[in-house]
Design a protein around this ligand. Sequence first.
Ligand code: F6P
Length: 347
Amino acid sequence: MAVVRRIGVLTGGGDCPGLNPAIRAVVMRAADYGYEVTGIHDGWAGMIRGDTEPLNLENVREIISQGGTVLGTSRTNPYKSEEDKKKVIENFSRLRLDALIAIGGDDTLGVAGKLAREGLPTVGIPKTMDNDVPETDYCIGFDTAVSVAVDALERLRDTARSHRRIMVLEVMGREAGWVALYTGIAGGADWTLIPEVPADLEEMAQNLLNKRQKGRLFGTVVVSEAVHFEGALKEEETGEIDEFGHGRLGARGVGQLVAQEIERRTGIAAKHAVIGHIQRGGSPVLRDRYYPTRFGISAVDLVHKGEFGKMVALKGEEIGIVEMEKVVGRVKTVPPELYQLAKLLFK
Ligand code: F6P
């Protein structure tokens, strides 16, 4: 087994609360093994540029409560060009790294997995407020994003009640409806639309109308940014495609469209709000401190054992280890039964 002296750590993809606790834990655990830690700036872009900073106990001690990522992030895909991929591999040697921990979602982990296949010693940590990385019960950032969205929904309910109208909250989450579903359940929404289930706008409108006729004069609806219904843009029609091929789903404006449809079909006044990146900010909630810390420790332990090409994961309440290959290119979506369960609450 190769001797490890220095490990790199990077955060890639959309930021979220919980990244800093993971970085901190990596540095703390690395100290136990006597490893130096190099922080890579701005995700894979930093590996292409060779842009780094040394991390030590002093500069990470207090970052546990900070949102975002102290390392910076980007949606850079080094596999888009042969030259960039080569630079990553060259910089790995030039920076004298013996292992690299990549904290990110499917795209970032996909790159780490490909590099592992090419012989670079990488380990992954699952992060995404979308919570859609397979083989793990939890991804860093999800809980805080839902907590923020629930708070927003409750605020919207206050104003909906005063004006006797329907307020529609559009949340992020890409092709997975986890954020919308959990926000709807925890925030007590009257209806929730997720991308996994084609939106039945008529069923929703009838439900809201029935409640109105029974005397409930206001309501809230949660809509995932990626929800499908006739008249809504397809992802590829949004015009802005990132390096991993994702469109800007927020540009579809589904929250506004749903509010318009509610008004048209029911005659009840409806307005919408888009929470957008507010969902990705703020201090991490408990689980986005505790599990990232556990992940960071376990990732360094994997490095120490020489187990590369693997990702740490949450399995129930335990930390598990999965092959990165098993994760890459797949999305963990909401099972239809869970949506049926949520529908029981649309009363
Ligand atoms: O993947 C996380 C996420 O927040 C998605 O929910 C959302 O569609 C996307 O990132 C937004 O990306 P950006 O921060 O590049 O606008």
